[in-house]
Design a protein around this ligand. Structure first.
Ligand code: GRF
Length: 315
C-alpha cells in the first residue's frame, strides 16, 4: 500500500520532527515525510530536515493576519501532496479555516497528560501541583487549544526534587517514542477504516468480488469487469479516493466543474470516462458513494444481473 504523506509543522528545534523523520526510514512505517514547514525561516529543525533530503518551507508569520499566513502553509502542504499533518512544537494558534481543512487528519504532541495542563509551562505546573507523574499526549487537533481526542499518552515519573528542566528532558525522550508510534497507528487505522467502509458497500452488490489491481484495491463483478477502485496516494497524488465509472467524459467534466473539491479526473482511467471521488475531504457522504457504486456496478454487470436488480427495484 502507498505511504501516507506527512507534513510536519515546527517552530524551532524540531526534535519531535526528527523522531518522526527517522521512524519513517524504517521500511514498514506507513508514512513518509513530505514536507517540513516552519513559521521561522531560521528554525534549526528546517536545516536538519533539508540535510536529510526532505523538502522544507520557512516563512515568518510576522506582520500577517493569522488566516492569511495559514493559507500559505496550507497551500505548501497541499502542493507537497501531504495527506496528514503533524504539529511538532508549532508555536502558533491555528485559524478555524486551517483546522477545518485538515479535520481528522492533523495531530499534535503536547507535553502533559491531557486533559491536565493545556497551554504553556506544563512541567512547572505538574511539579508545583505535587503530581507523581508528568508525561506527554498525542491528540487530534480541533478548534480548541490542546483539546482534541487523545490518541496516545506516555507517563513519566516526577523524581524527588525534580527541576522543570530535568523533567522536560525526560518527557522529551518519551515524546520521541510516543509520537512516531501513535502517528503510525493512527494512519494505519484511518486508511483501513475508509477502505472498510467502501468494501462493505461494494461487496454488498450482487456477485461483487475484490481484487488488487495495479497496487489499488479493485472491485469487479464475478468473472467480469471492474466497477470501482479504492486508491491511496496513487503515484504520489496525495489523495484517498474512490474511482467509479461515469456515463462518459461529458458527465465527468460536468461533475468536476460543479464540485472540484469532491470530483477529479483520474489518471489512466480518466479518458475512458471514470470519475474520482475524494474520500479525504472531512466527512464522507456515504449515500453518494453508495449511489455511485450502484451506478458503476450496473455498467459493469451482465444483463442477466441488472435485469434482476430492475425487477427488485419495482417492489
Ligand atoms: C515539545 O515538548 C512538544 O511537546 C511541544 O513543543 C516541544 C517541541 O520540541 N509541543 P521540539 O521542537 O520537537 O524539539
Amino acid at each position: 500500500m502507498a505511504k501516507a504523506r506527512l507534513g510536519v509543522l515546527i517552530s524551532g528545534r524540531g526534535s519531535n520532527m526528527a523522531a518522526l523523520l527517522y521512524a519513517a526510514r524504517v521500511s514498514d512505517c506507513p508514512y513518509e515525510i513530505a514536507l517540513v514547514a516552519a513559521n521561522d525561516p531560521d528554525a534549526p529543525g528546517l536545516m536538519l530536515a533539508a540535510a536529510e533530503g526532505i523538502a522544507t518551507f520557512g516563512q515568518s508569520h510576522k506582520g500577517m493576519k493569522r488566516a492569511e499566513f495559514d493559507a500559505i502553509i496550507d497551500r505548501e502542504l497541499r502542493a507537497a501532496g501531504c495527506t496528514h499533518v503533524a504539529l511538532a512544537g508549532y508555536m502558533r494558534l491555528l485559524s478555524p479555516e486551517f483546522v477545518e481543512g485538515w479535520a481528522n487528519r492533523m495531530v499534535n504532541i503536547h507535553p502533559s497528560l491531557l486533559p491536565l495542563y493545556k497551554g504553556l509551562h506544563t512541567h512547572e505546573r505538574a511539579i508545583e501541583a505535587g503530581d507523581s507523574h508528568g508525561g506527554c499526549s498525542v491528540h487530534l487537533v480541533t478548534a480548541e487549544l490542546d483539546d482534541g481526542p487523545v490518541l496516545g499518552q506516555a507517563r513519566v515519573a516526577i523524581l524527588p526534587g525534580e527541576s522543570t528542566d530535568s523533567l522536560a528532558a525526560r518527557v522529551l525522550i518519551a515524546e520521541h517514542q510516543l509520537y512516531p508510534r501513535v502517528v503510525a497507528d493512527w494512519i494505519r487505522s484511518g486508511t483501513k477504516s475508509t477502505l472498510d467502509e467502501v468494501r462493505d458497500r461494494a461487496l454488498a452488490l450482487p456477485e461483487a468480488r475484490e481484487k488488487t489491481s495495479h497496487g489499488s484495491q479493485g472491485f469487479h463483478v464475478e468473472g467480469g469487469k471492474f466497477f470501482a477502485y479504492f486508491t491511496v496516494n496513487h503515484h504520489g497524488d496525495g489523495m484517498t479516493a474512490l474511482l467509479v465509472k461515469a456515463s462518459g467524459v461529458e458527465e465527468q467534466a460536468m461533475l468536476i466543474e460543479r464540485d472540484p473539491d469532491l470530483y477529479f479526473r483520474p489518471a489512466y482511467l480518466g479518458p475512458s470516462g471514470w470519475i474520482g471521488i475524494r474520500l479525504d475531504q472531512g466527512e464522507v457522504d456515504w449515500t453518494l458513494v453508495e449511489d455511485w457504486l450502484n451506478r458503476s456496478w450496473r455498467m459493469a454487470a451482465p444483463k442477466r444481473l441488472t435485469k434482476l436488480m430492475d425487477l427488485a427495484d419495482q417492489f
